[in-house]
Design a protein around this ligand. Structure first.
Ligand code: GDD
Ligand code: MG
Length: 331
């Protein structure tokens, strides 16, 4: 079976990390989000994945030599300009000549869902499209879905205003679609699948949804990105992951954190609830809490709730709370 993976967003909420690395290529537990997504699809029998890219395919091509990830063959559909979710799905599906039932996933979602159960539910209902749903506490940042007992979707509201819907089940970003959905989208026209295509399918009664209680996270925000990394530490000895190809001083203390390859952590530094990404350098006696570090942190600096991108530099001795560097809003 084919899958289209949406990976063309700008990753705005994860800047400055995404200024140098596209969101799906950021690591979670030292494996890229995208490699984890593809592994989940492979388990469900996907053999070909089309990456729907809005811009810059090169980092993706470099990340998967031979255009393979595990047993899944990768193809790259690069949009002439970002076409939004629906436009991107249609562009990729046309590019790859998809003519049978296929899967679509948001490239930033990590879930333990067995996608083959979603496919079975889709076939049983003879649906045109089937969504995976997950319950969340605050649905305002998601596509909120109301369903009938049969699973038929009766309402789909993307990012609802407060009070607009009472459902706590949201679109979890994995879909099974029939090729007829592609025809609903005009060639090379910017189209949101959530705001335009799904509501049209709801009106015609062809959209279904299956809620599950699988683990689920949209990694696209700093707090959920850190949380996704922390969840890879459950059942890991010492509650930390330190890549063998990094230099961590023997006197450094690492608590509930992930350290990627080619990183340096200096003497007496302390990391807690943090993610240190490939190539980061942390000097001596620095203290880092609930932060993501890709750049350089000078000795004795103290960081809490900070995101330091690849081009970010924290001077020795700086004390920072809630800072992003380089500042994505800055000039
Ligand atoms: N190729 C391409 N082109 N991909 C795009 C484009 C585009 O123009 N715009 C967004 N994407 C990709 C993003 O890279 C991401 O993988 C996916 O589409 C969804 O975009 P996000 O920006 O992450 O959307 P969201 O998280 O606010 O909301 C979506 O996901 C929620 C679940 O996590 C929606 O599908 C919601 O309905 C859903 O609840
Ligand atoms: Mg998202």
């Amino acid at each position: 079976m084919d899958a289209v993976i949406l990976v063309g967003g700008f990753g705005t909420r994860l800047r400055p990390l995404t200024l140098t690395t596209p969101k799906p290529l950021l690591p979670v537990g030292n494996v890229s989000i995208l490699a984890r997504v593809i592994a989940g699809l492979e388990k469900a029998g996907v053999t070909r994945a089309i990456l729907a890219l809005g811009f810059k395919p090169q980092p993706f091509i470099d990340a998967f030599p031979g255009n393979q990830c595990g047993g899944v063959q990768l193809e790259y559909a690069v949009e002439p300009e970002p076409l939004d979710t629906g436009g991107a799905i249609a562009f990729a599906a046309r590019f790859a000549g998809i003519s049978q039932t296929f899967i679509v996933v948001n490239g930033d979602v990590l879930t333990s869902l067995d996608v083959s159960t979603l496919v079975a539910f889709h076939k049983k209902n003879a649906a045109e499209g089937t969504l995976h749903l997950t319950p969340v506490e605050d649905p305002s940042q998601f596509g909120v879905v109301e369903t009938a007992a049969s699973g038929q979707v009766t309402r789909f509201v993307e990012k609802p205003a407060p009070g607009e819907t009472t459902s706590f089940n949201v679109n979890a970003g994995t879909y099974v679609l029939e090729p007829s959905v592609i025809e609903r989208i005009t060639v090379n026209q910017k189209t949101s699948i959530e705001r335009v295509v799904f509501p049209a399918m709801v009106a015609q009664g062809t959209l279904y949804a299956m809620p599950t209680r699988d683990s689920w996270v949209d990694t696209g925000r700093p707090e959920t990105y850190i949380a996704a990394n922390m969840s890879t530490l459950e059942n890991v000895q010492g509650n930390k992951l330190v890549h063998a190809a990094s230099r961590v001083a023997a006197t450094a203390t690492i608590e509930q954190s992930v350290v990627g390859p080619l990183c340096v952590v200096g003497e007496y530094s302390h990391l807690s609830h943090s993610v240190v990404i490939a190539g980061a350098e942390i000097g001596e006696s620095a203290a880092i809490e609930n932060s993501v570090i890709m750049g350089v942190v000078g000795s004795t600096a103290q960081l809490k709730n900070c995101i330091i991108g690849a081009d970010g530099v924290v001077e020795p001795g700086e004390v920072l709370n809630n800072v992003k560097r380089p500042d994505p809003e800055g000039a």
